[in-house]
Design a protein around this ligand. Sequence first.
Ligand code: GUN
Length: 297
Amino acid sequence: MSAKLIDGKKVAEITMKLISDDVENWVKAGNRRPFLKVVQVGTDPASTSYIKAKTRSCKRVGIDTDTTHLPDTVSARELKSIIRSFNEDENIDGILVQLPLPSHLSSHDVIESIDHRKDVDGFHPMNVGRLTVDQPTFKSCTPAGIFELFRHYSIPVKSKHAVVVGASNIVGSPMAIMLSRENAEGKATTTICHKYTKDLTRHTIAADILIVAAGQPSLIKAEMVKEGVVVIDVGINRVADESSDKGYKLVGDCDFEGLKNKASWITPVPGGVGPMTVAMLMKNTLLAAKKSIYPDD
Ligand code: GUN
């Protein structure tokens, strides 16, 4: 293996310790502990396990949390009315509605019903808009976590060609915005690819930094990249594995075994981007708590 490993688990540990110290200082100064309200609609097993990880992380950094479980038959009216009651609750700092939602509910509509000052996912159009015009905001957690990894490993972004595969509202789109902005973190020449892109390899092979968030196992193979590329694999796919107790294993969107001999840096799956996403959620929740007391800071 010639690529150096980007150890998201380790960087997340360091980040979580800093957040935990920050939370304790906040509480010692006489403030209420930050509180994250999670909403789960239905019982999707992947969502349940993501929420478990978020709850565990809250405990670790001293953020209070609970999850409101709603049946997958809940109406948009009921769900939005519950969210509005959380918006008005002064004891709640952050609200996170776990996605995806059942198909009868519009995630856009539901996200817009969250008070943008409590939108710790950074999905509300107000926060996405602020990100786009480079104003302080809740940054979407996965892209924010990837930038923490770049910082930790001193991986330069400025003037590089960054190629983002996947244009989702959660990862690809905010990632591309952040890479391309003319600020201290960005300044990359940025290409966004998606399922309508013709000849994906023509783009990926030109990447200095390749971010893959397509939700397709082994989409990116060694022959699709150039020597020395930085590979950030955001994919978390469950594939059948009879040798595992669970009956499945987690794999990314990249062929790690092939790419590790060609890349200069690479994230593993699991243990790459995932732990950083949760750490950034903790950071945003603490920020929401601080902003609720000191809105002008
Ligand atoms: N589903 C997959 N990733 C996320 C995330 O970061 N936040 C929420 N709310 N739902 C998700």
